[in-house]
Design a binder for this molecule. Structure first.
Ligand code: ZN
Length: 220
């Protein structure tokens, strides 16, 4: 059996030997051409990276020991999805594992599913409490920047009622509350949002991650 400590010691010794070579002396003893040749010879040697080779081997052994790592394992509930292939579920598991809690997963990044499937998936994940569905008001000018906090359906309905009360009945209390809830200046298009000129509020629906990742296999 190869002695692991010997491998490490030999590499350390070789590194120490290289460190001891005095470049100033070489410059004194050899011509520029000699040194350039040696430099080129060095570059022609493909130095083995033992660190990454050993890491790859350890990773390979880990997969043999824990084959569940090859399948859905970070959000186990995804295994129950009946309308996706195993590969798609693994892709989704990996994608969600890179999102932090509260991350807006609307559209599921670069997912290549067709639209109907994305909709089905979204509804399934909401039902299983993997993601939630929230609403935000967007800037009426650029339709891009969020100008409200993230709201539940009830909070959105409340905001909409305030807006209607202000627009239809001139309810100033409703305006004050709207003024507190909305950012009436867009940092993206740099325009003021004047509720007197807006006939409606523009909403966007977003879905954020609420399920915690299973970290059982993180540090094995
Ligand atoms: Zn804007």
């Amino acid at each position: 059996m190869v002695d692991l400590h010997k491998i490490l010691n030999d590499v350390r010794e070789f590194q120490a030997y290289l460190e001891k070579i005095d470049l100033a002396n070489l410059g004194h003893d050899y011509t520029r051409e000699d040194l350039l040749q040696l430099s080129n010879d060095f570059y022609s040697i493909s130095m083995r990276s033992m660190g990454s080779d050993l890491k790859a081997l350890a990773d390979e052994m880990k997969l043999k020991e824990y084959p569940e790592l090859l399948g859905v394992h970070q959000f186990p509930v995804l295994k129950e999805i009946a309308f996706m292939s195993e590969e798609e579920k693994i892709e989704l598991d990996t994608y969600l594992s890179k999102c932090y809690l509260g991350y807006d997963v609307t559209g599921f990044g670069l997912f290549t599913f067709e639209k109907a499937k994305k909709k089905q998936l979204k509804e399934w994940l909401i039902e299983k409490n993997v993601i939630n569905e929230l609403h935000v008001v967007v800037c009426p000018h650029c339709l891009h920047t969020h100008v409200s906090k993230q709201m539940t359906a009830e909070q959105k309905d409340h905001l909409q009622t305030l807006f209607s009360n202000y627009k239809n009945h001139g309810d100033y209390d409703a305006y004050e509350e709207l003024d507190n809830e909305l950012y009436l200046y867009c940092t993206n298009c740099e325009q003021e949002i004047d509720l007197d000129y807006e006939s409606s509020l523009e909403y966007r629906t977003i879905n954020t991650l609420i399920a915690k990742r299973n970290k059982r296999l993180d540090n094995i």
